[in-house]
Design a protein around this ligand. Structure first.
Ligand SMILES: *[C@@H]1O[C@H](CO)[C@@H](O)[C@H](O)[C@H]1NC(C)=O
Ligand SMILES: *[C@@H]1O[C@H](CO)[C@@H](O)[C@H](O)[C@H]1NC(C)=O
Length: 679
C-alpha cells in the first residue's frame, strides 16, 4: 500500500513536471483507485464465498476454538432472544462478505418484516402477518383447556405428526436474509437501512460513522450499544473523466414468508466441530444450543429418506434456489426484469421461459452456448452462496458497459446500464400461534412510546411484579407477555445475558386481575413444554465465507473421513489397525449404486461422442411412480443436453428417452439411451 501511495505521488510529480493537464492526472489517479478497489474485492471473492465471517469476541481461552468465529458464544451469527418484543429477532454484530465486499454490521436485532407487496418505493416494507390461533384452541372454555390443546399443536409440530392436528396452517416458515448493495446518496445523509426496536446507526452522516469506526479501530473501543457498522465506500464512476461518484455500501435484514410450508425435516444440523468444542458439546447438546447451524436439503425431501444419498453433488439447482427465488430485490414483490446484456436473455431451466431476474437467484440459463458448452450458468465466478437481483431503484448505484457487434460500417454499439443487489439466506424461522394467542385477554396497547403504551409501565412504577400495584397494566410491543407462564414448565435451555425476557412476570388482564405470564415473541429454542420437550423456532442457515476456501474444503474432506470411519474408512491409506482398508469390508458401498444412463451415439452425425447422466435414488423413485424426470447430461464435444426420461417396458424397469432439448431426438442425433448399473 505504502509503495503504491509513493507511486501515486511520483506520478503526480511527473505529471506536474511534464505539464500534463491536471484533469488528466486526476483521471489517471481516480481510475487507479477504482482498479485498486476492484482488485481488493476480487481478492476477497477468490478467497471465499459470500457468507458470515466473524462475530465479536468477549472471552478468552487456551485453544483457538474457544474463541468465537461465525458463531459467538451466544449463537450462530450471535443470534439471541428478545421474545418480550412482539416481532424482534435478536442478532448481534457480525462481519460478512457479499460478493467480495467485506463489511461489519451494527447490532442487528431485526424485525419480522418483508418487502412491500403493494409499493415499489425504495425500502418500503410491511409487517409479516402472524399465523392464526387454531380454532380448536379458542373453542376451549377454560385457559387450562386452551393450554392443553395448544400444547398438542406444539407436539404435532415437534413430532411432525399431522394426522390428529394439522399444525402446518399455524406454524408458518419465513426465510430471513441479508441483503447488500452499493447505494448512492447525493447528500451525506445516513439512511437507516432496516427497522429495529432496539438498535440504530449512531451517527449523523456517513462521514461521521466512518470517523467513529476509524477511532474505534485505532483505539480498540466498542460502542456500548454496538451501534456502529463498518460499511465501505468506493468510487464507482468518473463523470466526464474527472468527477468521482462515490457509492456507499449498505445492508439490511428482511424476511419473506415462504409460499409453501417447509417441513423442518428438510433441515439438518451442520457439524461445526470447532463450535461444539467451544463448550465440549456432543452433537445432541449442540443441537439444543443456539450455536447450531443447519443445512437445507438439496431437494424437497426429508433427510431421513435420503439417508444413503445424503451427501452427493447436486446437479445444479437446489431447494434453496426455489426458496430464494421467491424473494424480490429492491423493487419489492412487483419486481420484473430481464437480463439481456450482451444481447442474450437469461432463461430459467425450461427452455422458453425468460427468467425474472428482479428476484434473488444464482442459476440462470443463457440462450447462447458459452465456450464450455454449458447453457446453465451460475452468477459470479466461484461463489456458491451468492444470490443476485436486478433493480431500478435510483438509490442503487448503476454500472455501465458498452457492447459493440459487427465490423466497420455494420458496427453497432449498445450501452447497458444496470443496478444489482446481493443476498444470502440467514435463517428459517417458524412463526407459531403463540404470537397471536391471548387466552387471558390481556389488553395490548400497541407501541411502547404511544400514550396508551406508556400506561403499561406507568413511568417505571409498574415493573411486572405480582401485586396489583406493580404488575404491568396490559402489554405493549416491547413487553409482549401474552402466554400463560404455565404453558412452559421445567427446563429452559441456553439462556444468555443478552436475552431480555422474563420467565414469568405479573400482568393485569382486562378485569384488572394479576396473571403470571411469559413472553410470546420468537425464541431460538422454546423452554420445555410438558409432554413435548424443547422446540426450536429459529434455524440458522447462514453460509460461511470460509466455505469457499480450498483449506476449508480439504479440512472438511478430512473431517468427514475422521468423524465417520465406518462410512469413509475406505478413503484412508491405512486403518487404525495398521491394515489397508479392504473395500469389501465396507458393505455400505452398495448404497452408492447409481444408475448410469448413456446416450447412444448411433446417429450422432458429427464426431461420435458419449454423454451420460446419473439417476439417483429419488429420480428412480419418481420414475417408478410413472412420472418423467429431466436431467442435464455430461458435457461432450463441447455441449450437453437436457434429456427427459420416461419409465418404459413391462415391469417399469426400463427407461426411454422422451425429449432431448425439447425435441424427439437430440439435435445432433442421439436417439436412444442405455442403462447400466454403476458402482
Ligand atoms: C460533462 O460534460 C458535458 C459535455 O461537456 C457537460 O454537458 C456536462 O455538464 C458535464 N457533466 C458534469 C457533471 O459536469
Ligand atoms: C390500566 O390502564 C388503563 C388505560 O389503558 C386505565 O384505564 C386503568 O385504570 C389502568 N388500571 C390500573 C389498575 O391502573
Amino acid at each position: 500500500m505504502l509503495l503504491l501511495n509513493l507511486g501515486l505521488i511520483l506520478l503526480v510529480r511527473s505529471c506536474v513536471a511534464h505539464n500534463i493537464p491536471l484533469h488528466e492526472t486526476v483521471n489517471t489517479l481516480a481510475k487507479q483507485l477504482m482498479m485498486q478497489q476492484l482488485m481488493f474485492e476480487e481478492r476477497i471473492r477468490s478467497e471465499g464465498d459470500s457468507g458470515i465471517k466473524q462475530c465479536r469476541i468477549n472471552n478468552g481461552g487456551t485453544k483457538p476454538y474457544h474463541m468465537p468465529s461465525y458463531s459467538s458464544k451466544k449463537g450462530a451469527a450471535s443470534c439471541h432472544d428478545h421474545s418480550n418484543h412482539k416481532r424482534t429477532l435478536g442478532m448481534g454484530e457480525f462481519e460478512a462478505v457479499l460478493n467480495g465486499v467485506e463489511f461489519r454490521t451494527r447490532h442487528n436485532d431485526y424485525l419480522l418484516r418483508m418487502p412491500s407487496r403493494t409499493s415499489s418505493e425504495y425500502h418500503a416494507t410491511e409487517d409479516i402477518p402472524f399465523p392464526e390461533v387454531p380454532p380448536s384452541v379458542l373453542a376451549k372454555k377454560t385457559v387450562k383447556g386452551q393450554i392443553e390443546e395448544m400444547q398438542k399443536y406444539f407436539k404435532a409440530f415437534h413430532t411432525d405428526y399431522t394426522y390428529e392436528r394439522d399444525y402446518r396452517k399455524y406454524f408458518k416458515p419465513v426465510l430471513c436474509y441479508l441483503e447488500g448493495a452499493w447505494t448512492t446518496d447525493p447528500d451525506d445523509i445516513i439512511t437507516e437501512p432496516f427497522k429495529s426496536d432496539r438498535n440504530w446507526l449512531d451517527a449523523n452522516s456517513w462521514e461521521d460513522l466512518e470517523q467513529k469506526i476509524q477511532f474505534n479501530a485505532y483505539t480498540g473501543r466498542k460502542s456500548n450499544l454496538e451501534n456502529y457498522a463498518f460499511l465501505p465506500r468506493k468510487i464507482i464512476e468518473l463523470v466526464n473523466g474527472t468527477i468521482p461518484v462515490t457509492a456507499q455500501w449498505n445492508y439490511r435484514i428482511l424476511c419473506h414468508p415462504l409460499k409453501e410450508f417447509l417441513n423442518p425435516n428438510r433441515l439438518r444440523l451442520i457439524d461445526d466441530v470447532a463450535t461444539r468444542m467451544m463448550f465440549y458439546n456432543n452433537v445432541d447438546q449442540h443441537l439444543e444450543s443456539r450455536r447450531a447451524r443447519f443445512q437445507l436439503n438439496t431437494k424437497d425431501t426429508p433427510w431421513i429418506n435420503y439417508k444413503l444419498y445424503n451427501d452427493k453433488m447436486a446437479q445444479h439447482r437446489e431447494l434453496l434456489d426455489d426458496l430464494m427465488e421467491e424473494i424480490p430485490g429492491k423493487d419489492n414483490y412487483g419486481a420484473y426484469h430481464e437480463d439481456n446484456v450482451y444481447g442474450r436473455k437469461t432463461h430459467k431451466l425450461k427452455i422458453d421461459y425468460v427468467k425474472n431476474v428482479g428476484y434473488y437467484h444464482r442459476w440462470y440459463q443463457s440462450d447462447k452456448k458459452g465456450p464450455m458448452g454449458l447453457l446453465l450458468r451460475h452468477r459470479g465466478f466461484a461463489d456458491k452462496n451468492i444470490f443476485m437481483a436486478k433493480t431500478r431503484q435510483p438509490n442503487v448505484a448503476p454500472i455501465e458497459v458498452e457492447d459493440c457487434k459487427g465490423k466497420r460500417s455494420k458496427r453497432v454499439c449498445r450501452t447497458y446500464r444496470q443496478r444489482w443487489t446481493y443476498a444470502i439466506p440467514l435463517e428459517i424461522v417458524y412463526m407459531s400461534p403463540l404470537l397471536k394467542w391471548n387466552p387471558y385477554d390481556i389488553p395490548y396497547k400497541g407501541d411502547a412510546s404511544s400514550p396508551e403504551g406508556q400506561t403499561v409501565e406507568k413511568g417505571g412504577k409498574r415493573n411486572g411484579g405480582f401485586t396489583k400495584a406493580s404488575a404491568y397494566n396490559g402489554t405493549h410491543n416491547q413487553l409482549y407477555y401474552h402466554t400463560p407462564a404455565k404453558f412452559f414448565e421445567g427446563r429452559v435451555v441456553d439462556v444468555d445475558k443478552a436475552d431480555t425476557y422474563r420467565a414469568s412476570t405479573g400482568v393485569l388482564d382486562m378485569h384488572g386481575i394479576v396473571r403470571s405470564m411469559t413472553s410470546s415473541g420468537i425464541r431460538v429454542l422454546l423452554p420445555n413444554i410438558p409432554n413435548v420437550g424443547i422446540v426450536r423456532q429459529r434455524y440458522p442457515i447462514m453460509p460461511l465465507h470460509s466455505e469457499g476456501s480450498p483449506i476449508w474444503k480439504e479440512l472438511h474432506a478430512l473431517k468427514d473421513i475422521v468423524m465417520d470411519m465406518t462410512k469413509y474408512g475406505y478413503m484412508m491409506k491405512k486403518l487404525p489397525n495398521g491394515k489397508k482398508p479392504d473395500l469389501h469390508d465396507y458393505l455400505y458401498l452398495k448404497d452408492f449404486v447409481n444408475t448410469r444412463i448413456n446416450l447412444g451415439y448411433d446417429l450422432a452425425n458429427d464426431t461420435p461422442h458419449f454423454h451420460h447422466f446419473y439417476l439417483g435414488e429419488d429420480e428412480r423413485a419418481t420414475l417408478r411412480s410413472g412420472q418423467p424426470v429431466s436431467m442435464i447430461t455430461s458435457v461432450a464435444n463441447n455441449h450437453n443436453h437436457l434429456v427427459t426420461v420416461r419409465p418404459w417396458g413391462r415391469n417399469g424397469g426400463g427407461y426411454k428417452m422422451f425429449r432431448c432439448d425439447g425435441e424427439e431426438i437430440c439435435w445432433d442425433g442421439h436417439s436412444t439411451i442405455n442403462k447400466l448399473y454403476y458402482h
